[in-house]
Design a protein around this ligand. Structure first.
Ligand code: ZN
Length: 221
C-alpha cells in the first residue's frame, strides 16, 4: 500500500532543509523529519533541528552516522581542518563529505519504506551546488532509480530547491510564512553561530547575500 499522505524530510536544521520541511508540511498530512549525527563540529545544528521540530510538533528522529566521519574525515567534522573558502580549481572543496547525500538518502529510504512511505524530501540545489557532485539533479534521479531497484519500491525523491538560488529560497520561506523562523532559528554557519552567523564564512556570505537581495527586492515591490 502506497502512502502518499506522508513524507520523510532529511533535516539538518539549516536554512535549506528547514525551508524544505515547511514546503513538505504545506503539502502532506504528516511530515517526519530525520537528522543524521555524523560528528559535525557543531552539535548546535542538531539542537536547532530538535528545537524546530519540537516547536511545530513534528516527529523527529536523529540517527547515528559516525561511521561516515570515520571513513571520510573532512573540514565540517575535524576542528583541525580549515574550511575551504573557495571551491578549488580541480576536485571538490574540503567541506565536501564523500557519499554523504547518497548515504543519507539511502537510510531515509530504508526508514520510509518500513512505514509504507514513498516520498522523500531533500534540500539539495544544483544552482548553489558549490562543487558538490551529489547536489546535482542527475545524481538524485540516478539514486532514485537505484533505490527503486534496490528495494523493489516506488520512491519519489522531491528536491524543491534544485533549480533555485539562495535569494529564491528566502522567497519560498516567506511564501510559506516562515521567513522569520528560518532567519532566526536555523544554523548554516561553519562557525556554529545561529541565525545571522559569523558573517565571514562562505556559508554565511552566501546566505546573507541571498537574504539581502530578497529583502531589497521585496522592499522595492
Ligand atoms: Zn559563518
Amino acid at each position: 500500500m502506497k502512502n502518499k499522505k506522508q513524507a520523510v524530510v532529511i533535516f539538518s536544521g539549516g536554512q535549506d532543509s528547514t525551508t524544505c520541511l515547511f514546503w513538505a508540511k504545506a503539502r502532506y498530512e504528516e511530515v517526519i523529519a530525520i537528522s543524521f549525527d555524523y560528528g559535525q563540529r557543531h552539535k548546535k545544528e542538531l539542537e536547532c533541528a530538535k528545537a524546530i521540530t519540537e516547536e511545530y510538533g513534528i516527529e523527529h528522529h536523529t540517527f547515528d552516522m559516525s561511521l561516515l566521519n570515520q571513513l571520510a574525515p573532512n573540514s565540517l567534522t575535524r576542528s583541525d581542518m580549515e574550511v575551504d573558502h573557495d571551491a578549488p580549481e580541480e576536485g571538490t572543496p574540503n567541506s565536501f563529505v564523500d557519499g554523504r547525500n547518497m548515504v543519507f538518502l539511502t537510510y531515509a529510504a530504508i526508514f520510509a519504506k518500513q512505514r509504507g512511505i514513498t516520498d522523500l524530501v531533500t534540500g539539495v540545489s544544483q544552482s548553489d551546488f558549490s562543487g558538490y557532485p551529489d547536489c546535482r539533479d542527475v545524481f538524485i534521479k540516478s539514486l532514485n532509480t537505484t533505490l527503486n531497484l534496490a528495494m523493489d519500491y516506488d520512491f519519489d525523491i522531491h528536491t524543491p530547491l534544485m533549480w533555485i538560488d539562495k535569494e529564491e529560497t528566502w522567497e519560498m520561506a516567506d511564501e510559506l510564512g516562515v521567513l522569520e523562523l528560518i532567519h532566526d532559528k536555523t544554523l548554516t554557519c561553519y562557525n556554529g553561530i545561529i541565525g545571522d552567523g559569523c558573517g565571514d564564512c562562505p556559508s554565511c556570505k552566501l546566505r546573507k547575500k541571498g537574504y539581502d537581495r530578497y529583502m531589497s527586492r521585496k522592499m522595492n515591490k
